[in-house]
Design a protein around this ligand. Structure first.
Ligand SMILES: Cc1cc2nc3c(=O)[nH]c(=O)nc-3n(C[C@H](O)[C@H](O)[C@H](O)COP(=O)(O)O)c2cc1C
Length: 170
């Protein structure tokens, strides 16, 4: 059932992004697929983060994040930032990046980036929903094709995380 649930949810079309976070001199980045546009005016985006990630306290206190859009040929970057923690590895040390307007790291080799200030945070099940106002952004590779979450298989080991059954309707 868990694999069926994973197959179902991977039909929700999503890209793959490296989320950069910063607070003072602290910086980190992690891979995320739970990212979406929320509003046109003002320009708002949202992402979901597991509060057990090393990135979470930096994001929650620094109140800034970048969204680095990965290209279809950058699955290795998705794996680099998404399968090890900043608690044990300085993931940014092997990648070219610069600080954006908010201080959040922007990867030089991404397809595009968004630089965002957190305007609210809400509990959302086992994740936190972070709402951000977009203060900067650019397309870096106009011809690049985005990496799709469905193409990453079970790279995030999420198949075993799904509930065994749907909730009963109220
Ligand atoms: C393809 C992929 C998608 C992921 N999507 C998310 C996500 O949307 N939200 C999240 O909190 N973690 C997500 N993860 C897991 C984190 O990237 C991973 O746990 C990471 O090691 C956390 O790094 P940190 O401890 O340095 O913050 C994803 C991982 C992969 C490989």
């Amino acid at each position: 059932m868990a694999d069926d649930m994973a197959n179902l949810f991977r039909r929700l079309t999503a890209g793959v992004y490296v989320i950069g976070v910063a607070h003072g001199d602290l910086r980190n980045a992690f891979t995320a697929s739970s990212v979406m546009q929320v509003s046109f005016s003002p320009l708002l985006v949202a992402l979901c983060i597991n509060p057990e990630h090393a990135s979470y306290p930096i994001l929650s206190s620094g109140r800034a994040f970048s969204i680095n859009v990965l290209r279809a040929d950058q699955q290795a970057l998705a794996e680099h930032f998404g399968t090890q923690s900043g608690r044990t590895v300085d993931k940014l040390s092997s990648t070219s990046w610069r600080a954006g307007l908010t201080g959040a790291p922007l990867l030089q080799d991404a397809l595009a980036y968004f630089d965002c200030q957190v305007i609210s945070e809400a509990e959302a099940g086992d994740h936190r929903l972070m709402l951000g106002r977009v203060v900067d952004g650019a397309v870096l590779d106009a011809n690049g094709q985005p990496l799709l979450y469905s193409a990453t298989g079970n790279l995030d080991h999420s198949a075993e995380l799904y509930a065994k059954a749907f909730c009963e309707p109220r």
